[in-house]
Design a protein around this ligand. Structure first.
Ligand SMILES: [Mg+2]
Length: 363
């Protein structure tokens, strides 16, 4: 089986909520690339790469990279030779982990389909079949966020991640209103997306929130301020999780080595592919850090791939952000559905997701 062609197609997914906002940006839609590896006498491998300005991957650059740099490396190669092909891709271009992750996913998808097995069987086997989905509540006025949270809980979700980080005092009010609206039994976590600035401000806000039973605070201070994360960790009882600080396997090793955080958010695109998620999870296990899958994108293909990783990795054991496709107006992919706030791992060969019939390559 040899790769003989790589097709890409840009896709846009509008948000249902046109005023969706987090500490770094507001969004009305998300852009990305569907990538299809075609093989001479075997199955296609498909994947999706999210473009995101705030992390420095733009659609035009991603497309050019696939067409001009990655395709010549891949064509003629055997999809089973993932280490060798990804090694050449990593050596050719610095950065662009989301695009590289998508290429790796497409390779694994072709391999899984060629063998007739779901990806979790290649990644350690089925340790768990389902995972609770944590849903993200975007920044708005406190009362609007509380209404939003109530609606999501009514749909069956038991875990919420509240976006904060604009104004620490108002964030306390946001958490108070949401806890009041959803009751005591819903798991609440926060994501400040670096927005609280200084460790002191973060500690002050978190101490004021203690009575509302917040399980975890994600990225309270700047990505490059590892010492600041450690200061927050020492100052509060809430679990402190790194996301933007945990941008690579090496970052996660440094965070673990220095004892800067309690937990790490793993993302397949951010870390550059499934192999790196596995390496990062192993570092977390060795260092006794908690880890879970953060949102890698808002479509079913991304969630399906993450479910195979969660299914086959025992220490990814908290609610994960694998249900954000639910807040989009459209999805260029199909393959997984949420039932009562839970997502179940697909059992079809490869990742089990497909390209929606209305996506036309070359359009
Ligand atoms: Mg985050």
């Amino acid at each position: 089986m040899k790769i003989d062609r790589v097709d890409v197609q840009a896709v846009v997914q509008p948000y249902q909520d046109k005023s969706w906002q987090f500490a770094l940006a507001s969004r009305k839609e998300t852009h990305g690339l569907i990538i299809r590896l075609r093989t001479d006498d075997g199955p296609d491998g498909i994947a999706y790469a999210t473009a995101a300005l705030h992390v420095g991957e733009v659609l035009g650059g991603m497309r050019q990279l696939v067409d001009e740099v990655f395709t010549p490396i891949l064509v003629g190669g055997d999809p089973f030779d993932i280490e060798a092909l990804m090694g050449r891709i990593d050596a050719a271009v610095l950065g662009y982990p989301k695009t590289k992750a998508a290429i790796e996913v497409a390779l694994f998808d072709a391999v899984g389909k060629a063998l007739g097995v779901p990806l979790y069987k290649l990644w350690g086997g089925l340790y768990r079949a389902s995972i609770p989905v944590i849903r993200i509540i975007p920044i708005k006025e406190p009362a609007d966020m509380a209404r939003n949270a109530e609606r999501v809980v009514a749909e069956g979700y038991r875990y919420l991640k509240i976006k904060v980080g604009h104004d620490a005092r108002k964030d306390v009010e946001r958490v108070r209103e949401i806890r009041r609206a959803v009751g005591p039994d819903i798991g609440l976590t926060l994501d400040a997306n670096q927005g609280w600035g200084t460790p002191k401000l973060a500690i002050d806000a978190l101490r004021r929130m203690e009575e509302f039973d917040v399980a975890l605070i994600e990225q309270p201070v700047r990505a490059d301020d590892f010492q600041g994360l450690a200061t927050v960790k020492a100052g509060v009882s809430t679990i402190v999780e790194a996301d933007e600080s945990a941008g690579s396997v090496v970052d996660i090793y440094q965070l673990a080595r220095g004892g800067f955080v309690d937990a790490v958010s793993l993302k397949t695109p951010k870390l550059g592919g499934p192999r790196n998620v596995k390496k990062a999870a192993a570092i977390c296990q060795a260092a006794n850090l908690r880890c879970r899958m953060g949102m890698g994108g808002a479509n079913r293909l991304i969630s399906a791939v993450d479910m195979h990783l969660i299914a086959s990795t025992p220490n990814i054991d908290y609610a994960c952000e694998v249900g954000e496709f639910s807040r989009m107006d459209s999805d260029p992919t199909t393959g997984v559905e949420i039932v009562d706030g839970m997502l179940w791992v697909p059992h079809l060969p490869g990742h089990g997701a497909s390209i929606a019939p209305d996506v036309a390559f070359g359009a």
